[in-house]
Write a new protein. Structure first.
Length: 227
């Protein structure tokens, strides 16, 4: 039986978190994307989905309480499957860090929570994102690089059309990096306050092919039991 851990990925856009998440998912790990999870709940018409849809359509941010309820329900299912859990893009605030600790304590208090902090120079991030393309299939969203995959037009996982995100341009990336750096200190302080280990992962000179093996070495994850 594989040892279950909760790993949250922290790092700027373009650092490689999406690449790691994608490869974790392919190998049977449970990967949380709150955006995808919200879309699933809304499509299924669940109570959480209906609440979120009404809030989103009114132009407001979904409150942390609803996000936490959705994440906790998802986490319970993964604990039952006995697979390692990856959070990509969650938590985003100190309040959400506290929510994560509380839900872990309710669902499976024995599980360790760790953070892998991807560090990389801003210019490397800009260069990576400017060459990034993604699968247009909302349930897939696999990430590719023009530098590595050339003029790929079809997703190798689901056959979806490969597109370039409208916000993957130099100006938008620079603005997102500024936001990340301004928020990072608050998140790090929140993790330290919750006594959650932060493991540094310098990916400045790490190729996309080396990213996942480097991640596994840091986390010491076992191969999950596929279900």
């Amino acid at each position: 039986m594989s040892r279950l851990e909760i790993i949250s990925l922290l790092g700027p856009p373009g650092a490689g978190k999406g690449t790691v998440s994608q490869q974790c998912r392919e190998r049977g790990y449970a990967v949380l994307s709150t955006g995808n999870l919200f879309r699933e709940h809304m499509a299924q018409g669940t109570d959480i989905g209906n609440q979120a849809k009404e809030i989103i359509e009114s132009g407001k941010l979904v409150p942390d309480s609803i996000v936490a309820a959705m994440v906790e329900e998802w986490l319970q299912k993964q604990v039952a499957r006995n697979v390692s859990v990856i959070f990509d893009g969650y938590p985003r605030t100190q309040n959400q860090i506290a929510d994560l600790v509380e839900m872990r304590n309710r669902v499976a208090p024995e599980l360790p929570i760790k953070v892998i902090e991807f560090s990389v120079a801003d210019q490397v991030v800009i260069d990576r994102i400017c060459s990034r393309v993604v699968c247009s299939n909302k349930s897939c969203q696999a990430v590719y690089s023009r530098k590595q995959h050339g003029d790929i037009t079809e997703c190798v996982l689901c056959g979806g059309e490969i597109i370039r995100r409208s916000d993957d341009d130099r100006k938008v990336i620079s603005e997102r990096l500024l936001i990340y750096h301004s928020n990072k200190s608050s998140l790090v302080a929140g993790y330290h306050a919750a006594d959650i280990e932060i493991i540094p992962f310098d990916v400045t000179d790490v190729s996309m092919a080396e990213m996942f093996p480097g991640f596994l070495k840091l986390t010491k994850f076992n191969q999950p039991e596929l279900s």
